[in-house]
Ligand binder design. Structure first.
Ligand code: COI
Length: 389
């Protein structure tokens, strides 16, 4: 990255409550293992079937043999932990989640390292974020170490499903929802927690190829006081129509503006945004309560500061960004998230504008820096990696 000043690290970001929670050390996996006892799947895939399933991986369509489960009731708290065969759920048609969307989820990956070990990235970050989402959605908080234990036990049961190809990983999807059969609108008295696992390749089929973005003025992802900072299905459901609008405009993804001024960038449907300035500094929309505090966003802010770059969490207006792209003051824009990792934005389109952005250097650097830590090919200066197996 030739534009990186060879200076000492820039002053690091002030840690958010989530980043502070994520920094609390996690006990070794061996001491958490067994909290979710295994009931083996009698129909688990044999080696040949698994090899076939792992042959041509995309995102989110292949699932492993098992899943983690825990059940909560208002009277009994969390009980019944286990790793059970992956299979369809049995749910009352009156289950509250189907009517009122009381649901939260996470996304976190397990990476196969060259020595055969399987590691994950900052699991306490996701544990703490699931707990924060639970508070916002009036769901019970799963103790953080039970969350991490569910990942340990599931990945140990399905270790053979962790792929080892370039850029591949086992995507873990923890989620919790209101299972109480009741049509009154209240915080449910019965809740299920599951983790499913999906071996995956790149989220976007063309890997680090730039994607195109439609900036919608008609729809907003979240409003002040709403659920935008929580990872809840409704935020993603409401992004689907704007995403269709983006596709109709020939774009890969939609970008949302804030709902108050309708002028400032927020995030894409499932990724945060970063803007690289010609002077080497980087900006990202500040956390306003309507933006998801991405684990990848947080890690990238730290890695950029390590590399001597000033990272500013700021209000980024669309008009300002367009004029900075036109003048050359902005050279790159990229998106980041657990599923998508880091992807360059090559085109920004909306009512009255259609511009291309050519720079890729910082985007490529940060993609490579982050993934080399995640895959165990570079030192992990912040102790982010956690060995599962
Ligand atoms: C993730 O990046 O893990 C997410 O949850 C985003 C989702 C839209 C795939």
């Amino acid at each position: 990255m030739s534009t990186t000043p060879a200076a000492a690290p820039a002053p690091g970001p002030v840690p958010t409550p989530l980043a502070r929670a994520a920094a609390v050390p996690v006990p070794p996996a061996d001491s958490l293992a067994g909290r979710f006892p295994l009931t083996p799947n009698p129909s688990a895939a044999d080696d040949a079937a698994r090899a076939r399933a792992l042959r041509d991986l995309h995102f989110g369509s292949v699932f492993t043999d098992h899943m983690a489960h825990a059940r909560w009731t208002r009277d009994g708290g969390w009980g019944e932990h286990g790793i059970i065969p992956f299979g369809n759920l049995s749910l009352s048609p009156a289950a509250a989640v189907l009517h009122y969307g009381q649901e939260i989820f996470e996304g976190i990956k397990a990476y196969r390292h060259d020595d055969g070990g399987v590691w994950t990235f900052r699991p306490r970050y996701n544990a703490a974020r699931l707990a924060a989402s639970a508070r916002r959605l009036a769901l019970p908080e799963l103790p953080e170490e039970d969350f991490i234990a569910s990942l340990v036990d599931l990945v140990r049961a399905d270790e053979a499903w962790v792929p080892d190809g370039e850029g591949q990983s086992l995507y873990l999807r923890p989620y919790a929802f209101a299972s109480e059969a009741f049509l009154g609108v209240h915080a449910a008295d019965a809740v299920e927690y599951y983790v499913i696992a999906s071996p995956c390749g790149a989220y976007f089929p063309h890997g680090l190829q730039p994607i195109s973005i439609w900036v919608t003025r008609e729809y907003h992802r979240a409003g002040r006081g709403g659920t935008g900072a929580a990872k809840t299905g409704g935020n993603y459901a409401s992004s689907l129509l704007p995403q269709q609008e983006a596709a109709a405009q020939g774009c890969d993804q939609v970008c949302f503006l804030d709902d108050v001024t309708q002028a400032n960038l927020e995030e894409l449907g499932g990724m945060n945004i970063m803007v690289v300035n010609a002077d080497g500094t980087v900006r990202t929309p500040r956390l306003t309560g309507t933006i998801l505090e991405g684990s990848t966003r947080s890690a990238i802010i730290t890695l950029l500061a390590d590399a001597g770059r000033e990272v500013v969490e700021d209000t980024i207006s669309l008009e300002g960004l367009l004029s900075d792209i036109a003048s050359g003051a902005v050279t790159e824009v990229f998106a980041c998230g657990t599923a998508a990792v880091v992807v360059p934005l090559g085109r920004l389109k909306g009512e009255g504008f259609d511009v291309s952005i050519d720079g890729r250097e910082v985007t490529r650097h940060i993609h490579d820096r982050l993934t080399s830590i995640q895959y165990g090919r570079a030192e992990d200066p912040h102790g982010w990696m956690y060995r599962l197996v």
